[in-house]
Design a protein. Structure first.
Length: 149
């Protein structure tokens, strides 16, 4: 009888552990597939009187937000962007206003859990918008590094 109670107790214990593990997996799956990624957030660069702020919202690979460039001894520009994230790279169309003139250009940022590194490369004008000639050949190691807040 004692062995039977012992076996039942062990069975109940294991069943509770399995149920708890299944609940944890469901929670992880819900967070992973919610569409929000760790890339969403505010990224800021502040150094030598220069400020760049990227406020990024990501949902199912689509990205949008606001971008501000306030560079020392340069014209300030601010606006909004829409784009997408592929392989941790944000490629977006940035609509901004500088000195009262509305302009559009592409921007790129390589994203990590803690930074957004601005990408640079050759550009061309297409229908009044500055676009990268080849977004696959952008350089990220020479640009500004924004830190996630």
């Amino acid at each position: 009888m004692r062995k039977l109670l012992y076996c039942i107790g062990i069975s109940v214990f294991f069943a509770a552990c399995v149920k708890k593990a299944e609940n944890k997996e469901a929670e992880i799956s819900a967070v992973t597939h919610s569409g929000k990624t760790s890339h969403s957030g505010m990224y800021i660069y502040e150094q030598n009187g220069d400020t760049v702020t990227l406020n990024l919202t990501v949902n199912d690979g689509k990205a949008n937000g606001e971008l501000l460039y306030a560079l020392k001894e340069k014209d300030r520009n601010s606006g909004t962007f829409t784009g997408e994230i592929k392989d941790d790279v944000l490629l977006a169309d940035y609509m901004f206003r500088s000195e009262g003139v509305l302009s559009e250009r592409q921007v790129a940022f390589k994203l990590t859990d803690t930074t957004a590194m601005e990408g640079y490369g050759e550009v061309q004008e297409t229908n009044g918008k500055m676009e990268f000639q080849d977004s696959g050949k952008l350089e990220y190691d020479t640009g500004l590094v924004l830190k996630k807040k």
